[in-house]
Design a binder for this molecule. Sequence first.
Ligand SMILES: [Zn+2]
Length: 294
Amino acid sequence: MHKFSQGNLRVDFHTHYIPKHFPDMARKYSNEGWPTLIHSTSCQADIYFAGKHYRQMQNEEIAQAVAASPEHFIGLGTVPLQDPDSAANEVRRAVKKLGLAGIEIGTNIQGRNLDDPSLEAFWQACEEVEAAIFVHPASVFAPERTSKYRMVLSVGYLSETGIAAVSIVMSGLLERRPRLRFCFAHGGGTFPWLLPRLDRTWQVFEDVKSIAAAKPSEVAKQLTYDTLTYDPANLRLLIKRLGVDRLLMGTDYPFPLREEPAGAVIDALADLSDQARADMLGHNALRFLGRPPS
Ligand SMILES: [Zn+2]
């Protein structure tokens, strides 16, 4: 395994990757079973295999890209969470066989939250292979109310991520499975801001408290978050509530709302210690991904 070196290291934890083209095997071999890419925009495409999404090939492509340049890339795979047993098998394969550091999942599974009991076998597999889990919104609730002003991206994504983090924290999942490692995209969305109200809800309502023994704001410190907040004041709040050790730099490259240059919001905090800056810019990401700096 390649060792990333220390120094002025910047690791962009939150970069999207998809191969631009797959070989046109159907034309070459006259077999309709090969995957194809259907492009929807210049930077978005869906992978289909015999008319269905085909994730395994994507994971293999990512593994190949990492293998070609291990000093530059660490890969996360994808899994079909609507079929938790297949997802469990695929996360085992992605980590153990393909050498990926973990997987990226959405904030809901066809409208069900991440505390859904059907996911138990999947969480068990993630724990077993020590997969890093990146939670990133894709489909959002109430799409009919967020169709204007790009609200899916500005409001929908952050609210979805808040619901996902609350579902993990208040379901007691981390008490049952403390080795699970989650990172939430876009600074955790609404979640860090909600923490005082979540604590109050947990204190006041016995039905909530009876499910998870620990205070939400304490459990929140077991999770990790990227720093894609754009604003130093927001990042300061994350540091105060969650701690420097829970934060890692991510840009959302190549999408329009990405941070440029990478790490700009961390650079904008002038009073950080050198250690805190280096940790958030690179070292925390490597530790979270199970590839600690040498
Ligand atoms: Zn993203």
